[in-house]
Design a protein around this ligand. Structure first.
Ligand SMILES: *Cc1c(COP(=O)(O)O)cnc(C)c1O
Length: 389
């Protein structure tokens, strides 16, 4: 239960979602069974990807994607500082180090030109990253076409953290299609675009990646005789080939996720409608509104505005407090990851990524979710007008 009358995000669960979960409860399969495969196939089809591997959450998805990319001790992973900590933590799970590339001041995604400059410098010093995790912030892909070229030139594996972006498209194709990223990660946490309760998925077009991801999801075990060192033992036999995890999704979660895939287009359409309404209604306030890049159709996981603090008499905190006491569950996405105490201990400091830090002092995520009505959205706008006017 949210303490706010209007939260910043909220799942939408209907009777067919509930029926789908109950049906699995009555079936012989509770954990990894046929519904997982149907959920995987449904998203692979939706995204035009060859393979999809479902796991218990997107953090686990990032972890096994990094291992599949070969990330390990002595390697480094780069990501955006304007993301949830999971985009960086996945490197630490693999024993690798983390570095960041500052955001573009307009798109709030990783700045591809800064990435290019940093790669050129890293090549000279022999410190090129093995993996770059590019976040589709708020539901809009970064400059993936250019970053994919950089990935070929500098030899890193490009992972798109599309936790915000299932249902989005980029250059006319669905996010997750694998045209640019080697692997794409989705999250099905309740605040994201579609939910399975908890859940995540990795999409890829490379068969060897899909096979490794499936193995890592379940203890590093294979039942495929072709991969075993001994192969004549019979159907019951399995071998553990490497150290994996229990990152399996359950069929209960997959049933909810699969049911939500059927509603994905409707969710994204409503999010786009609400975002377009905000763009119109907020135009005259002292705010910087999100930029819609040509070529990228956002899934609008978040609607973030930046306060123009030179015009506004209040501090960001005062604006937050005023909105929250009006019952609006506004939020901040994100505190720059490098300023988290854990990352400061790794040597990062204030001033390292100034655009992400400036953004952090101005940003507010406004309520946006499919069941938000026009009337409630008008109320959000009216509060903003009152507070900022
Ligand atoms: C939510 C989120 C994650 C983690 O997803 P979980 O499914 O909660 O593990 C990773 N990256 C980003 C950008 C996210 O927003």
């Amino acid at each position: 239960m949210t303490p706010y009358r209007i939260p910043y995000g909220c799942q939408s669960i209907n009777q067919s979602d509930i029926d789908a979960v109950v049906e699995v409860l009555k079936s012989p399969w509770l954990t990894q069974g046929p519904t997982i495969e149907r959920f995987e196939q449904a998203l692979a089809d939706y995204c035009q990807a060859e393979y999809a591997v479902a796991v218990c959450n997107a953090t686990a998805a990032l972890h096994i994607a990094c291992l599949t990319a070969g990330l390990g001790q002595g390697d480094s992973l780069w990501t955006s500082p304007n993301t949830f900590v999971a985009s960086a933590n996945c490197a630490r799970y693999c024993g690798a180090s983390v570095d960041f590339v500052d955001i573009n001041p307009h798109t709030w995604n990783m700045d591809a030109d800064l990435l290019e400059q940093k790669l050129a410098a890293a090549e000279l010093s022999g410190t090129l990253p093995k993996v770059v995790v590019v976040v589709a912030f708020a539901g809009q892909s970064a400059d993936l076409q250019f970053i994919a070229q950089l990935s070929e030139r500098y030899g890193f594996v490009l992972i798109e953290d599309a936790a915000h972006a299932v249902g989005a498209s980029y250059l006319g194709r669905p996010v997750g299609c694998g045209a640019h990223a080697a692997m794409t990660i989705f999250s099905f946490h309740p605040v994201k675009i579609i939910t399975s309760g908890e859940g995540g998925m990795v999409l890829t077009n490379r068969p060897e990646f899909a096979e490794r991801l499936r193995r890592l999801r379940s203890h590093g075990i294979t039942g495929d005789p072709a991969l075993m060192q001994v192969s004549d033992k019979g159907l019951w036999y399995y071998q553990q080939l490497e150290l994996g995890f229990n990152y399996r999704m359950t069929d209960l979660h997959a049933a909810l996720g699969l049911s939500q895939v059927a509603r994905l287009d409707e969710f994204v359409a409503r999010r786009r409608e609400l975002a377009a309404r905000y763009q119109g209604l907020l135009m005259d306030l002292p705010l910087t509104l999100p930029v819609v890049q040509s070529g990228a159709e956002s899934a609008w996981h978040l609607y973030v505005v930046r306060l123009d603090l030179t015009c506004i008499k209040l501090t960001q905190k005062q604006v937050f407090d005023a909105l929250r006491s009006a019952g609006l569950g506004v939020n901040l996405h994100y505190i720059p990851v490098h300023l988290q105490p854990y990352y400061k201990e790794q040597g990062f400091a204030e001033g390292d990524f100034p655009e992400a830090e400036r953004y952090f002092l101005e940003a507010i995520s406004l309520p946006l979710f499919p069941e938000l009505t026009d009337e409630l959205q008008d109320e959000v706008v009216a509060h903003l007008q009152r507070i900022l006017g």
